[in-house]
Design a protein around this ligand. Structure first.
Ligand code: NAD
Length: 425
């Protein structure tokens, strides 16, 4: 795989993984494949310097990004990540996966993503607020409810979204709730948003498990990442009778073959900052996670976790990609050959962006729905997406990832074709 973009490091992972996924879908796109290069070039990438006055009076500079990968189908949509490993390559890939995801779910958005290279755990609350506000100000000319709508991702949350909304609103001179989603409910946020991504992982997982005749009751589930996505998915699987046997986060890996309570682990993590030390499970090494006996594996941490080697080790029958881009293309092939079914990220973790879409609609109309209405609409959209992707996979004799990409790329490239290239001949 190669790219003609001068600013991409050919040895980096995420963007090259995305390009490989796009190459795989190309043979299925017929005449629309003429436009495929649209998807290999982000429309717009902004790099910003974010100077922050630290609590001790010193000034530190952080590197920030906002990438709008494709806006053919509507405003950009995508989270903001605060993490020490954020770089342009990663943000580009994450923005591209948002393009695919919004189109696969038929949401009226393009794809975008942002981030700052920072470890938010090392900052005080006041420093984090100053960092967020300056970053928002630096990217404010390219975001907006009709342009590009950020949301939380790894290392950011409702509080960060509230600061972003407030900063943007101050610059506009009036309150603009629709500029970000994932806000606190009393600031124009949507009921159900916080739990939506984990819920979507559960809904899509159960639906595919049913097709595979894999019962959820009694199924052994292992989860990598126990934040917003992983912990909510684990709780829902536990409520449905599954056994949570292993969890890994940035503090370590815990295991109990008889299962342990995801709800109690959530409380423990809230108090202790991570899963390490949880009493009802034993500590194992991080690498040992990949050998644990399990039926369902939920990667819900970062991208690039399932390598070719780990794909050979994994005992799961079903992989539910809560994280974005957790599986390398070579690992994808190995899992496919081994008959392991993967519900790809662009469908599996789309619950969050779906309720973000609901939040944006509610903000635009200033009319808010009940949590029951939101969950009902979310479940329907997720189930319909799984059915559509499953049918496309059967029709094309391909796996669910390629099928989801066919559904999405057809929509994006049709929009590209019908809008035309400006200026024309
Ligand atoms: P989060 O910050 O709430 O949680 C991240 C979790 O990953 C934490 O438990 C952290 O300890 C763990 N982690 C970090 N580094 C790790 C490492 N090296 N090894 C193992 N665990 C590690 O983030 P989140 O919102 O739950 O997002 C998790 C994933 O889901 C990301 O890939 C994100 O892009 C994706 N996602 C999130 C949403 C959303 O609505 N939050 C939506 C779609 C996709």
């Amino acid at each position: 795989m190669t790219t003609n973009l001068s600013y991409v490091n050919q040895n980096t992972d995420a963007w090259m993984t995305y390009l490989a996924q796009i190459e795989r879908v190309k043979p299925y796109l017929g005449h629309l494949s003429t436009y495929i290069d649209t998807l290999k070039n982000p429309k717009r990438a902004l790099i910003v310097d974010v100077p922050v006055v630290m609590d001790d009076g010193s000034i530190r500079h952080f590197e920030g990004f906002r990438v709008q990968h494709n806006l053919s189908r509507g405003p950009g949509k995508g989270g903001v990540r605060f993490h020490p490993k954020v770089d342009l390559n990663e943000v580009m890939a994450l923005s591209a996966w948002m393009t695919i995801k919004c189109a696969a779910l038929n949401l009226p958005f393009g794809g975008a993503k942002g981030g700052i290279r920072v470890d938010p755990r090392q900052l005080s609350d006041a420093e984090l607020e100053r960092l967020t506000r300056r970053y928002t100000s630096e990217i404010s000319h390219i975001i907006g409810p009709q342009k590009d709508i950020p949301a939380p991702d790894v290392g950011t949350n409702g509080r960060v979204m509230a600061w972003m909304m407030d900063t943007y609103s101050i610059e506009q001179g009036h309150t603009v709730t629709g500029v970000v989603t994932g806000k606190p409910v009393h600031l124009g946020g949507s009921l159900g948003r916080v739990k939506a991504t984990g819920r979507g992982v559960f809904i899509t997982g159960c639906q595919v498990a049913k097709k595979l005749s894999l019962p959820i009751a009694g199924a052994k589930v292992a989860v990598q990442g126990f934040g917003n996505v992983g912990s909510e998915a684990a709780v829902l699987f536990e409520n449905a009778g599954a056994k949570i046997v292993a969890v890994q986060d940035h503090t370590g890996t815990i295991f109990n073959e008889n299962g342990f309570s995801a709800v109690q682990l959530q409380q423990y993590v809230a108090q202790n900052g991570g899963v390490a030390g949880f009493e009802d499970a034993s500590a194992i090494t991080d690498e040992a996670l990949w050998d644990v006996q399990m039926d369902i594996f939920i990667p819900a941490a970062l991208e690039g976790q399932i390598t070719a080697e780990r794909a050979h080790q994994l005992t799961a029958k079903l992989v539910l990609e809560g994280a974005n881009g957790p599986t390398y293309p070579e690992a994808d092939d190995i899992l496919n050959q081994r008959g392991v079914i993967i519900v790809p990220d662009v469908i599996c973790n789309a619950g969050g962006v779906t309720v973000s879409y609901f939040e944006w609609v509610q903000d635009m109309s200033s009319f808010f729905w009940s949590e029951a209405e939101i969950n009902e609409r979310l479940d329907k959209i997720m189930r319909d997406a799984v059915e559509e992707v499953w049918a496309k996979a059967t029709e094309n004799e391909c796996n669910l990832r390629t099928s989801a990409y066919i559904v999405a790329c057809e929509r994006i490239l049709m929009a590209r074709k019908e809008r035309g290239i400006y200026p024309g001949k």
